[in-house]
Write a protein that binds this ligand. Structure first.
Ligand code: ATP
Length: 591
């Protein structure tokens, strides 16, 4: 398919607001793609060249792209006045592009209007290859090489293609649909409805790579239509590709937990970073033996040099482990608070950080071993496998646990963990498979009440939808309050609160900066907002914040149908995607 046809489809998708319409249009696009285009096109739709867990970044700033656009030769530019292109370094054109960018706020839109309409004939695969080359240039002088390559690419495409090329490079494709909508669309492409969604979602959770899944499922549409289970049979857990992590439900009392789950395993809830470890002794393509992914499927291997010790700590050939990484004091062996563990998030001083704050991985699950997928096995069996995996070492430790069906013992265990400074207990059904996400009552946490009566039992993670310019003293910051929302079952974001109180000046400035990097002109298509609450600046769904509140009350104004009393900002959840935000269905368990 021509890249311009693909870009036109993306532009159409961008205009749609109903999830059903998007699903149908996406399905149409999927069936028009050649099998070799399915994977790259799927990644491009998600705004990336490769599946998100591989992360290949362009390392090109907005400023560099402005410069590249300005350097596109004048023959390709709409209504170019020669005077703009008179100077050799293109500086007048750069000023003009900059001016337009400041006005429109979206460099994709600027380039679309800037470029001459030409039909380039470049295909999706050709543009993908050209972009990949640009992303992979590295070393001295690579910025200049990248710049020239971007100019060359932009000079050979039309405006709509250029718009998406620029957005892809900037990581701002923002089409407004999630991986879940893509799964709906795949099903729609084959059977004309969403009936294969569950099957596709189960597959995706085991191997979170939508490109490979699309390839597998659409390769033989007739076979997929008649026997999708057989078609997807080979698409299972694969070392090196993240499994979508299991998450907890919330229940109030240990009695309720035992009533619902029967016999359980209870483990300490460590306050660290969730890390899924993939190990392949024979090495991945680049020769390394380990990969580490967060709960958001981001690759954080670089953060943990101590993972290279895994090959000496086990005799296994290949493993996928689920763990919580947590810093400890090497002298006292004491576990450290989350903030100290995270000192190594910055890329440059990891070496120093790993000496000062070494990390221990508390391994609580094993999902794959040599050629055996363990994901469908019972937790009890997986725990037995874990027992034999590690040799004596300081870095990988099995999470301790008890097995019980006694609510009193469970309560005591939970309180014991709290008194040790941990976050309480995580409770898991003994006879359950590994279930990604929050489906089924397989993993549960008990969250403590905040103490004072009337407060909600747990915090909410909400999507920042926009902000209001401040009034009075706050007008100097340009931001006074945030509009935030929760998810409904179709992944629409519905408003639940305006948060203005409890924000320090420093916080306000930081929030404005973060919001501005996701600011968009129009209300994003997945938002449902009452006109009276429209913010001054809309923010594309991306930023997730944790808020506490006193009560959930009915609300005629908020589209979630409820509002929060005394909402206050607790933290910015950098580890969460907007699709991980609290859902309306979960609100009940918070009261
Ligand atoms: P929170 O808001 O409490 O941090 P969350 O929304 O990130 O939780 P939950 O599903 O509520 O995620 O809790 C699961 C998280 O608890 C895991 O992602 C993991 O990081 C952490 N955790 C700590 N100890 C364990 C354990 N023993 N087993 C599983 N998860 C654990």
């Amino acid at each position: 398919m021509l890249f311009s046809t693909f870009s036109t489809a993306l532009e159409e998708l961008e205009q749609l607001s109903s999830r059903l319409d998007m699903t149908e249009r996406l399905a149409q696009l999927f069936v028009q793609l050649d099998s070799s285009e399915l994977a790259p096109a799927s990644y491009l739709m998600q705004g990336s060249l490769v599946p998100p867990y591989l992360s290949l970044e362009f390392q090109l700033s907005t400023k560099m792209l402005l410069r590249a656009i300005a350097r596109v030769p004048s023959d390709f530019v709409v209504g170019s006045s020669l005077s703009l292109f008179g100077d050799e370094d293109g500086s007048s054109a750069e000023i003009e592009v900059n001016k337009r960018y400041k006005k429109v706020g979206d460099l994709g839109q600027v380039v679309a209007e800037w470029m001459q309409v030409t039909n380039s004939g470049l295909t999706i695969l050709e543009v993908h290859a050209a972009l990949e080359k640009i992303a992979r240039f590295s070393g001295t002088g690579s910025q200049d090489t990248k710049l020239s390559a971007v100019v060359a690419l932009l000079s050979s495409v039309d405006g709509v293609s250029a718009k998406f090329i620029v957005r892809i490079i900037l990581g701002k494709v923002r089409l407004g649909f999630s991986a879940m909508t893509m799964l709906d669309a795949l099903s729609w492409a084959v059977v004309g409805d969403k009936s294969h969604h569950k099957l596709l979602e189960d597959a995706y959770q085991k191997r979170a790579d939508i490109g490979v899944l699309a390839e597998t499922y659409l390769a033989d549409i007739v076979a997929s239509k008649t026997d999708p289970v057989a078609v997807l049979a080979a698409y299972s857990v694969k070392v090196g590709i993240p499994v979508v992590p299991a998450l907890c439900h919330r229940l109030n009392s240990s009695q309720e937990i035992i009533d619902k789950m029967g016999e359980v395993i209870a483990e300490p809830k460590y306050d660290g970073l969730r890390v899924q470890i993939h190990f392949k002794r024979s090495g991945f393509q680049d020769g390394t033996t380990v990969r580490a992914y967060t709960r958001n499927l981001d690759d954080v291997t670089h953060m943990f040099p101590e993972l290279s010790e895994l090959k000496n700590s086990t005799d296994e050939e290949a493993l996928i482990l689920d763990s919580e990484a947590i810093g400890y004091n090497p002298e006292t062996n004491e576990l450290l608070p989350f903030q100290e563990t995270m000192t190594r998030k910055r890329k440059h001083d990891i070496g120093a950080a790993s000496e000062k704050v070494p990390i221990k991985f508390f391994v609580f699950d094993v999902l794959f071993r040599v050629n055996i997928g363990l994901i469908d096995k019972k937790l009890r069996e997986r725990k037995d496998v874990l027992k034999g995996l590690f040799k004596n070492n300081r870095t990988f430790e099995l999470a301790s646990y008890i097995i019980t069906s006694d609510p009193v013992l469970l309560r005591e265990y939970h309180e014991d963990q709290l008194s040790k400074g941990l976050e309480g207990a995580v409770i898991k059904k003994v006879d359950s498979d590994y279930q990604s996400g929050r489906k089924g009552w397989k993993w549960v946490k008990i969250k403590e009440e905040e103490g004072t009566s009337g407060k909600l039992k747990d915090t909410l993670d909400v999507v920042v939808m926009g902000y209001y310019a401040g009034r009075g003293k706050r007008s100097q910051f340009g931001i006074g309050a945030l509009l935030v929302g929760v998810l409904d079952e179709t992944e629409s974001v519905k408003t639940i609160a305006k948060i203005g109180t409890g924000l320090s000046e420093k916080r306000l400035v930081d929030l404005k900066q973060r919001c501005d990097s996701f600011a968009v002109e129009k209300m994003p298509s997945q938002y449902v907002v009452d006109g009276s609450l429209a913010p001054d600046v809309w923010v594309h769904p991306s930023l997730v914040i944790e808020i506490a509140a006193d009560e959930i009350t009915r609300s005629p104004n908020h589209t979630a149908g409820v509002a929060l009393r005394f909402p206050r900002l607790m933290s910015i959840r950098e580890d969460k995607n907007w699709t991980d935000a609290t859902s309306i269905a979960e609100l009940d368990s918070l009261q």
